[in-house]
Design a protein around this ligand. Structure first.
Ligand code: F6R
Length: 265
């Protein structure tokens, strides 16, 4: 795993935006669409706002981009401001030149959930798989809504949210009681099939989870630790999120060497 520790959350957002823009640029040169996996929540907001800025200054186009979101709450209408459909529209899609018919957020409202989950998996497959999956991480170590105990071989399905996750996300709802109890989420195996993965984390509240993810054992008790199995994962952290890492000096040295190697090649 590549672990990148930067001083500020702003630098984390810019780093992530550089990765997304470089990929879209490369795929454009290859005359291929870019298939992005997207996350919601507080973490990627700075990334999305950076992408919007770069789009508005003509540096990036989403006209040949397909997107697949990690998850959606069950029972929340797409038009509700609490839904992830709405979040994506407000925080990214309506500000850029993306074709909305090429954006996919799991369907969970008034549908057969198991059929919806299979269709979502099929759509990813038909698109040729995800080139880059953006991830945040829950305080309990979830990615997507793969909560503690999620099978490392899991695919898109309904999961029950933990009390911790519901409390963390209560800020987006009227009260804790209004936070849905279940969500449809890509599985861990679905996420691990992405060509490359970029996990972002900001703030001291994520420090212990980040340590468990990177330096702990691979375990369903910390679902994000499954990322250790993937050959192309980058974890980009601000100082606070990196503050519990035992091998932080080593990660910093690896990044310095990476810079030296790329300059000498
Ligand atoms: C959201 C998602 C979740 C969040 C996680 C962190 O689509 O899949 O795994 O990334 O709950 O949320 P924030 O960023 O709000 O701390």
């Amino acid at each position: 795993m590549r672990v990148v520790v930067l001083e500020t959350a702003k630098q984390v957002n810019e780093f992530a935006a550089d990765v997304v823009c470089a990929l879209i640029g490369l795929r454009q040169q290859q005359h291929q669409p870019t298939i992005l996996g997207l996350a919601t929540g507080g973490t990627p907001l700075g990334l999305y706002s950076e992408l919007i800025t770069r789009h508005q200054s003509g540096k990036i186009s989403f006209s040949n981009v397909d997107t697949f979101n990690l998850d959606e709450y069950v029972g929340v209408a797409p038009s509700s401001p609490c839904s992830y459909h709405y979040y994506m529209l407000e925080n990214l899609f309506r500000h850029v030149d993306i074709d909305l018919t090429r954006t996919h957020v799991p369907q969970t409202y008034d549908v057969d959930l198991s059929e919806s989950a299979s269709r979502f998996e099929r759509q990813i497959e038909q698109a040729g798989g995800i080139d880059l999956q953006i991830l945040g991480i829950g305080v309990d170590g979830h990615i997507g809504f793969n909560e503690i105990g999620s099978s490392l071989g899991s695919r898109t399905r309904v999961k029950t949210l933990t009390h911790q996750t519901r409390s963390d996300n209560a800020r987006y709802f009227e009260s804790l009681e209004h936070v849905p109890r279940t969500a449809l989420t890509m599985g861990i195996a679905t996420i691990l099939e992405s060509q490359s993965i970029l996990l972002m984390a900001h703030g001291a509240g994520k420090a212990q989870t980040i340590r468990n993810t990177i330096e702990g054992p691979i375990t369903a008790s910390v679902p994000a630790s499954a990322l250790q199995l993937h050959p192309d994962v980058t974890i980009v952290l601000d100082e606070a999120a990196a503050s519990s890492l035992s091998n932080k000096e080593y990660y910093l040295e690896s990044e310095r060497n990476r810079g030296l190697l790329s300059r000498s090649s």
